[in-house]
Design a protein around this ligand. Structure first.
Ligand SMILES: CSC[C@H]1O[C@H](OP(=O)(O)O)[C@H](O)[C@@H]1O
Ligand SMILES: Nc1ncnc2[nH]cnc12
Length: 295
């Protein structure tokens, strides 16, 4: 794994409606073992125009796993073990703003994490670390995604706050209105703790949120239904695939580690003294934190 970042490899986490990536050559679905347990599914390894790409369907093929039961730690740890250096998430979201209608793509840059039933860190008793989440997404990867969207003729709004709710039920109207008052742009159930764990694992993380509905605050959209979401999703998913194809060569063509610091996020994060570190915890973190633990 060396420093883990010398060779750029794009990893895609596909959300609702994105369970496969077409057009890959040398395609192979393969299990990647993780000390954190099973990932959502096997990983799809392949190449796009000769560039390596790794894909994971977040909810598993066929959409088996609900948001609260996703093994986020295994997904991110296994991504890292698969050699991924930059993660692009594609997610279905509800819109909290009139000006972000269904069909809009938002390159999210901030999150409000309202989840409460998930394991949110790789670190625990025996090895404590605190990373910065001030800028939870990678600005450089965001730039590449923005440029790729432009090239692919996809209109994408740059910047937006994604409210992450626990689910699996959709919000009440009071909650939806509250999140609007907070200035949030979109709502979904999955990007946290995913983004936190990607940061702890020193991987760049960017998220494209594809608006499928107006949540329940909107006077014309009293309730959110999966049926309505799926209709928009199918149209969104095609554009998501085009976006992935345009982003891949930009990521693999990058020449240096992340200037925003994603690849060195653990440099000053671990606080536990060497002599009281738990070897079992340290052992599990070989992929996530090996760069700093072994130096
Ligand atoms: C099918 S609508 C609800 C579902 O879709 C989103 O998932 P993802 O981010 O993986 O696309 C949302 O967060 C919910 O999990
Ligand atoms: N309105 C909504 N709330 C939460 N997650 C969603 N995913 C898609 N639409 C959503």
């Amino acid at each position: 794994m060396a420093d883990g970042h010398s060779t750029p490899v794009l990893g895609i986490i596909g959300g609702s409606g994105v369970y496969d990536i077409d057009g890959l050559t040398n395609k192979e679905w393969r299990r990647v073992d993780s000390p954190f347990g099973p990932a959502s599914d096997e990983f799809l390894f392949g190449e796009l125009d000769g560039q390596k790409l790794v894909f994971l369907p977040r909810h598993g093929r066929g959409h088996r796993i609900p948001p609260s039961e996703l093994n986020f730690r295994a997904n991110i740890d296994a991504m890292k073990r698969a050699g991924v250096t930059e993660i692009l998430s594609v997610s279905a979201v509800g819109s909290l703003k009139e000006e972000l209608p269904p069909g809009t793509f938002v390159i999210v840059d901030q999150f409000i994490d309202r989840t409460f039933a998930r394991t949110k860190s790789f670190f625990e008793t025996g090895l404590v670390a605190h990373v910065s989440m001030a800028h939870p997404t990678c600005g450089r990867l965001g730039d590449l995604v923005e440029a790729a969207a432009r090239e692919a003729g996809i209109v994408a709004v740059r910047g937006g706050t994604y409210l992450v709710m626990e689910g699996p039920q959709f919000s009440t109207q009071a909650e939806s209105n509250l999140y609007r008052q907070w200035g949030c742009d979109v709502i979904g159930m999955t990007n946290m703790p995913e983004a936190k764990l990607a940061r702890e694992a020193e991987m760049c993380y960017a998220s494209v949120a594809m608006v499928t509905d107006y949540d329940c605050w909107h006077p014309d959209h009293d309730a959110v239904t999966v049926d309505a979401i799926i209709k928009v999703l199918l149209a969104n998913a095609d554009r998501a695939r085009s976006l992935v194809k345009a982003v891949a060569p930009k990521v693999t063509g990058r020449k240096s580690p992340c200037a925003k610091g994603c690849h060195t996020a653990l440099d000053n994060a671990i606080i536990t003294h060497g002599e009281v570190r738990d070897p079992a915890v340290v052992g599990r973190l070989d992929a996530v934190a090996g760069r700093v633990l072994n130096r």
